[in-house]
Design a protein around this ligand. Structure first.
Ligand SMILES: [Zn+2]
Length: 410
């Protein structure tokens, strides 16, 4: 099948795209045209959802009068692009917004036109009922207009940095604190009052209002649940996320844990992670934590030195291979747990500082095992970050072990 080339309407649409305001560092190629359309639609859907939430909360929307009654700009731009795509393919385009909403509920593979998306992505849809799918969330997050996600992720990050900085005597200590707090979010979907008290003792510095900044960080990342006395919470025995009653298994993507009881002695209640904290810090951090734990075991032999989230999270893991006191080689790894390999490739960039000799993009097993995922991601990275090797978490750890043995000549 010969696919039609993108038309000159793309110039107009790319202008619309930049007006929407995309995240920095994104670069598009001609063949990414359909990804742009998908991202516009997803960004539009996210805006529609956010607008609805704000109206439900009693807030009036203050758009310009020309915008009144119309759906958001990215949605309309996505629809226009799609209209041209349908026409050039000799198909009848969706006639109105409702028809396009309907289409968004179907996997792309069932659309009347064949979008140029990767094999793994073509089976995804944008809506599941009225909810955004994980693919749509990922696509919308590439746009700076995903208001709710941006706000909460930035707030948690800002408060975390404040705790790390205010409680540190030098830059090295800022980095140590950063890693400790980052790990706290991965290891603790739930915190007891006693844990928060201990943390406040460890990070005692107060902000302008006299309140320890640690407590502000906890308030940003967690929700306090009132539950006096002894409480029993159903959680996953592996990832620690709260589990839903009557549901087998954990519910977290890629986790094979089972429900277990967590018992907490409380005075007033306990803290559970905000939905956004779980989505942006906890769940994607699980693979980072697994790899770091396995490398920590290996590093006890003295053949490697491991740095967590070097350069305040330039990437996730930096491994130095040692021969005696000499550093022979340095590897960097960034672990990513995302639904769409196409979108991951589009948005991926490597921060060069601190430097390393080899670069790896590490995938959790449940993504690496998905048919076509690695091939699609590797293809999407070509010309963008071609020197980055895509590997599974197991393959990465095995490569580190093998290289460490080579370097020490065992
Ligand atoms: Zn789990």
């Amino acid at each position: 099948m010969i696919l039609p080339e993108p038309k000159d309407t793309d110039v107009v649409q790319l202008a619309a795209l930049s007006a929407v305001g995309w995240a920095e560092g994104l670069s598009f190629r001609q063949e990414d045209g359909d990804y742009i359309t998908v991202m516009l639609l997803a960004a539009g859907l996210a805006r529609i959802r956010d607008d609805r939430r704000r109206m439900d909360a009693g807030e009036y929307l203050t758009r310009t009068s020309a915008d009144q009654g119309l759906l958001p700009v990215p949605w309309r731009s996505g629809m226009t692009r799609l209209w041209w795509r349908f026409r050039t393919a000799g198909e009848i385009p969706p006639q109105n917004d409702l028809k396009l909403f309907e289409l968004c509920r179907k996997p792309f593979s069932e659309w009347p036109i064949r979008l140029r998306l990767s094999v793994a992505d073509i089976e995804q849809s944008l809506l599941d009922g009225d909810e955004l799918t994980p693919m749509a969330e990922q696509a919308a997050r590439l746009s700076v207009r995903d208001v709710e996600a941006e706000l909460i992720e930035n707030l948690v990050f800002r408060e975390l940095m404040l705790v790390a900085e205010l409680n540190a005597r030098d830059e090295a200590e800022v980095q140590t604190h950063y890693c400790e707090l980052r790990r706290l979010l991965i290891d603790n979907p739930i915190l007891s009052e006693a844990q928060v008290r201990r943390l406040t003792g460890r990070f005692p510095k107060c902000g302008g209002n006299g309140q320890p900044v640690l407590q502000r960080f906890i308030q940003a990342a967690y929700v306090h649940r009132a539950a006096p006395g002894r409480v029993k919470i159903a959680v996953c025995d592996r990832c620690g996320n709260p589990t839903q009653q009557g549901v087998d298994g954990c519910g977290t993507v890629g986790c094979s844990g089972h429900p277990a009881d967590l018992v907490i002695e409380s005075v007033g209640g306990y803290y559970v992670q905000h939905r956004a904290t779980r989505r942006f810090f906890h769940d994607p951090g699980l693979v980072e934590a697994r790899v770091l734990d396995r490398l920590a075991e290996i590093s006890t032999e003295g053949t490697i030195r491991v740095e967590e989230w070097p350069g305040l999270d330039a990437y996730d893991i930096r491994v130095s291979f040692l021969s005696g006191l000499d550093v022979i080689e340095v590897w960097g790894a960034d672990a990513k747990d995302q639904v769409s390999p196409g979108l991951l490739g589009l948005g991926f960039s490597w921060r060069p500082d601190p430097p390393c000799d080899r670069r790896f993009l590490v995938l959790p097993k449940h993504r690496a095992d998905q048919p076509g995922y690695v091939a699609d991601l590797t293809a999407e990275l070509q010309g963008r970050a071609s020197d980055v090797s895509v590997v599974s978490e197991d393959a990465f750890v095995a490569s580190v072990v093998a290289r460490a043995e080579e370097v020490t000549g065992r």
